[in-house]
Design a protein around this ligand. Sequence first.
Ligand code: G3H
Ligand code: 13P
Ligand code: ZN
Length: 340
Amino acid sequence: MPLVPLRVLLDHAAENDYGVAALNVNNMEQIQAIMMAAQETDSPVIIQASRGARQYSNDAYLRHLMLAAVELNPTIPIVMHLDHGASPDACFSAIDQGFTSVMMDGSLSEDGKTPSDYDYNVKVTREVVDAAHAQGISVEGEIGALGGIEDGHGAGLSEAEAQEHLTDPDQAEQFVKDTGLDALAVAIGTSHGAYKFTKKPTGEVLRMNLIEEIHRRLPNTHIVMHGSSSVPQELQDIINQYGGAIRQTYGVPVEEIQRGIKNGVRKINVDTDNRLAITGAIRKVFQETPEAFDPRKYLGPAREAMKEVCKARMVAFGQAGNAGKIKVKTAKEMVDFYKA
Ligand code: G3H
Ligand code: 13P
Ligand code: ZN
């Protein structure tokens, strides 16, 4: 089957009360890890590439790797999504390269750092929605700004400042009306990267109640949670055991994400947990077998470690078992859906 627009997967997830992990990739092993996990759990998948990933890998490599994933996994619906598109042009070039879904992140200015204003956000998101929907491509937008800057995304806000840029439910409601987007990313106190919280988050810093309020007002809108790695203690420990230096940190507990899924969260962005798993596996090989120098000897275990994280999230979010149940629509078929 061809690559699938995001909207098709999220509509099925909403109808059947589950969430779908959106997993970042930069290379072949990461794509393979996700597809192995999807095969073993019969999960539909969202594979996403950031601006950094596109620069690192090159769109042509990404496109052909994704086509290989499609060819080798004919029973798995796969979305190829642009993560944090910084401008309409970034979204349009992704669509030209075969992405079936784009995020226009107009919550930040084109530098990908400075929080923008509402009018700018509506203008760029609306522009992308109009052009993308004309081709059947799905669009995610964001209202409110995430904290964290270590991976080059988010407003660089501290844990405290991030609290001032949380999504306002009134504005979220207006934003959905003003833009006509397919999925809405919200800021509820999470941030990108490993260092999200200094202790296990309470409801004061991880504002799941905001998701409940937004879902109450927008019951038909697919909500997206960014910065949703759980930063498991065991992955921190493996890295540190084998010579790494990860400061004690806390992520978003899986049970909080599950609470979100009960309240309209359909897309859950996870990158850091896979990075941690890969790094721990490679460090282990390097420390235990310092004489090894065949990349397959460490990239293989890294791929395996990432696969296990992906499988765990696919099961926890409820997407497992659903790949074969989705009635797939192509981008071309979605053109009529948007016209109707
Ligand atoms: O949005 C954040 C993702 O973790 C991607 O990070 O920009 O370093 O590729 P990146
Ligand atoms: P994490 O850094 O928590 O994995 O978040 C990734 C993300 O939100 C990508 O858009
Ligand atoms: Zn993100």
